[in-house]
Design a protein around this ligand. Structure first.
Ligand code: HDD
Length: 697
């Protein structure tokens, strides 16, 4: 390497070690580094100095521009849903809805519309982890020919609160606490439960969040919901109520709490990586879009209010009609420009889709537009490529910070008659095809005195929570009760857990008793209910386990190998896994080499200590006697097997691996199998095993 003192700005002899431009100078012009103003940069390694040991010079505009830009690279993170992962894809219509909506996206079967979808956690910051217990955002931007339609939903079909005016309180309580700035990314702390216990309307959503829905296995394996009741409007101006559902093709799959906790250590980016890798490998995640359609008469007969976002309409009462598919087939090119700068607005609707009077939705219509100005810094955020519509956009809104286009013409107002003078007159409103609300005034209850009130049925906070509880399997109920115990055991205020249990008593006495027992406290009295709950029929559709798809498709299977592993068995297993649509991941004590039975040396995908079994849906312990003898003395290997067993996963193993299994405390059951039956066994989790490995509430 040349003496650095010989470097000068025109990069003479000896500069090769830092050379970015091929020496033959063959680069096309656009491959040269330039400043933001287009001036070519000759040296990107050394700032301009006065002499080789002298001070840096203020006139070095290349240095100053680069540092200036770097200093401003971050923008305020989202106040909620800060941590997200996203992908491009398309929505394809499989069933026309032209009778109920005039929205172009729902007219012609086979039509495809580009989409951008962002998934997120709610409470944590942008740099937090992927697997805390939390609700997940499921936001879809449809770039339709009639403008952008954003369906900004979650993976849980109800919400904590009924009225947008409570949103800042809810979020303040769940985010890190105001004085100490912890905990990060989770609801297991005092302020959240203090607030939730004082707001009985949170109860239904709390049961969902404490269920396995709060700890999804993959973003590809969760449902999505528009939550609110929306309206479709057809050509005649007639409106039909609609609720939107996304159903994952891979089925709904969650983790187990102990597994989710350990995943936070094993891979902070567990969901982000999983989504990226699936798309990157061509295994495109897919969901069906379903709608529940109903009219006002149907709504008026329900024992709950369809404008209340803490309520669902069970699928058994109103089936979900599948009308399309969502496929994510392209990763973002740039995280910041796309995933970070995408701005979703529930107010982005297109002709044929409209709002209901849900007071939570109504507040959202203001909040999202407002927040984009502080996040993205300008009212022109819609001009960013990821936010811009893919159909013509023209109006007389002008100027503002970061105006990216150059509007032409003399007129910047409407109406104008400048075209009569031969000038550019500009666009006009379009009564026939433009957005307009539904035609009919919808009844007395939507007008009246100005009051700060809620409709009567909103006061029922418990009936649907009870329905949800009763719809779960025994194992799911145990998970819910245990989650309440876990979360409440992190609350430092003694007066709060009894208040939560007082609300749970209105849901189900056994649930309340189990939580009290789990915490080791006396059962308090029930809190007075604003409205007596009623018994609703259970809805089996609400259970994950009752609807589990038994498959290895889209799943990841860990294979533990070591020196002496049977080469043919390994390659057969890898082939079978890939043919079944799953991913094989080979783990070995040394990533660089394991010497197989045939003498060949193979590389592993991951090193044992860095690839714990939490990362896999099922595991194969493919060890020879030599490997097994060695790994029974390795804590990471024993833990690997022990965790797979504790997380109720299938374990396939060679006979020679028995000593390792024994050391890990593995007991024989349907999920612990020889290598022959392994792939079949790997298609599910073994819930029956749980009482053997864990004391649940
Ligand atoms: Fe919200 C972001 C979902 C109620 C205010 N929300 C945000 C995102 C999702 C949701 C998925 C992330 C979008 C993205 O990926 O960029 N929010 C919901 C759902 C709700 C809900 C399903 C109830 C049914 N939200 C809600 C209320 C308010 C907000 C009632 C305010 C009154 N939400 C916001 C926000 C965010 C946001 C502060 C933060 C960043 C953003 O909007 O763009 O405006």
């Amino acid at each position: 390497m040349a003496d650095p003192t010989t470097y000068d700005t025109d990069r003479g002899e000896g500069g090769e070690t830092h050379q970015h431009v091929p020496s033959d100078g063959s680069h096309p012009a656009q491959a040269h580094l330039t400043t933001n103003h287009g001036v070519r940069i000759s040296d990107n390694q050394n700032s301009l100095k006065s002499g080789n040991r002298g001070p840096s010079l203020l006139e070095d505009f290349v240095l100053r521009e680069k540092i200036f830009h770097f200093d401003h690279e971050r923008i305020p993170e989202r106040i909620v849903h800060a941590r997200g992962s996203a992908a491009h894809g398309y929505f394809e219509l499989t069933e026309s809805l032209s009778d109920v909506t005039k929205a172009d996206v729902f007219q012609r079967v086979g039509d495809k519309v580009p989409v951008f979808v962002r998934f997120s956690t709610v409470a944590g910051g942008a740099g937090s982890v992927d697997t805390p217990r939390d609700v997940r955002g499921f936001a879809v931007k449809f770039y339709t020919q009639e403008g952008n339609w954003d369906l900004v939903g979650n993976n849980i079909p109800v919400f904590f609160i009924q009225d947008a005016i409570k949103f800042p309180d809810l979020i303040h309580s769940v985010k890190m606490e105001a004085d100490r700035a912890y905990p990060q990314a989770g609801s297991a702390h005092g302020t959240f439960w203090d607030f939730a216990s004082l707001m009985p309307e949170t109860t239904h959503m709390l049961l969902w969040a404490m269920s396995d829905r709060g700890i999804p296995r993959s973003l590809r394996m969760m449902q999505g919901f528009g939550i609110h009741t929306f309206r479709f409007v057809n050509e005649e101006g007639k409106s039909t109520f609609v609720k939107f559902h996304w159903k994952p093709k891979l089925g709904v799959q969650s983790t187990i709490w102990d597994e989710a906790l350990k995943l936070q250590a094993a891979d902070n980016d567990y969901h982000r990586r999983d989504l990226w890798e699936a798309i990157d490998s061509g295994d495109f995640p897919e969901w069906e879009l379903g709608v529940q359609l109903f009219d006002e008469e149907f709504a008026s007969k329900l024992p709950y209010d369809v404008l209340d976002s803490t309520k669902i309409i069970p699928e058994e009462i109103l089936p979900v009609k599948i009308v399309g598919r969502l496929v994510l087939d392209r990763n973002p090119d740039n995280f910041f420009a796309e995933t970070e700068q995408v701005a979703f607005l529930p107010s982005n609707v297109v002709p044929g889709i409209d709002f209901s009077n849900d007071p939570l939705l109504q507040g959202r219509l203001f909040s999202y537009l407002d927040t984009q100005k502080s996040r993205l810094g300008t009212a022109n955020f819609h001009q960013l490529p990821i936010n811009a519509p893919k159909c013509p956009m023209q109006n007389f809104q002008r100027d503002g910070m970061m105006q990216m286009s150059v509007p032409k013409g003399r007129a910047n107002y409407e109406p104008n008659s400048l075209s009569m003078a031969g000038e550019e007159g500009g666009p006009r409103e379009c009564p026939a095809t433009g957005f307009r609300s539904f035609e009919r005034a919808t009844g007395d209850q939507e007008q009246g005195d100005k009051l700060r009130v809620r409709a009567e049925l909103f006061a029922d906070h418990y009936s649907q929570a009870r329905m949800f509880w009763k719809s779960q399997t025994a194992s799911e109920q145990a998970h819910i009760a245990s989650s309440f115990v876990f979360e409440l055991s992190k609350v430092e205020f003694d007066h709060v857990p009894p208040r939560v249990i007082g609300n749970l008593l209105n849901v189900d006495e056994e649930l309340a008793q189990r939580v009290a027992d789990g915490l080791g406290i006396d059962l308090p009295a029930a809190n007075p209910a604003a409205r007596e709950p009623v018994d609703l029929d259970p809805s089996p559709a609400l259970s994950i386990q009752k609807n589990m798809v038994e498959t290895v498709k889209g799943r990841k299977i860990g294979i533990l190998i070591a020196d002496g592993t049977d080469a043919k068995a390994l390659s057969d297993l890898k082939n079978a896994i890939s043919q079944a649509g799953a991913t094989a991941f080979v783990v070995a004590p040394k990533i660089g080499k394991a010497k197989l039975s045939d003498g060949n040396v193979t590389k592993a995908d991951g090193q044992l200590a860095g690839s714990p079994s939490q990362l896999f849906d099922a595991v194969a312990v493919l060890l020879s006697k030599e490997g097994s003898d060695m790994l029974t003395r390795e804590a990471a290997a024993v833990q690997w097997v022990m965790d797979a067993f504790g997380h109720l996963k299938a374990i396939g193993h060679t006979n020679e691996a028995q000593p390792l299994l024994q050391k890990a405390g593995v007991e024989t059951d349907d999920g612990v199998v020889g290598m022959d039956g392994f792939l079949k066994a790997a298609a599910k989790r073994y819930w029956d095993r749980e009482p053997k490995v864990r004391m649940l509430a």
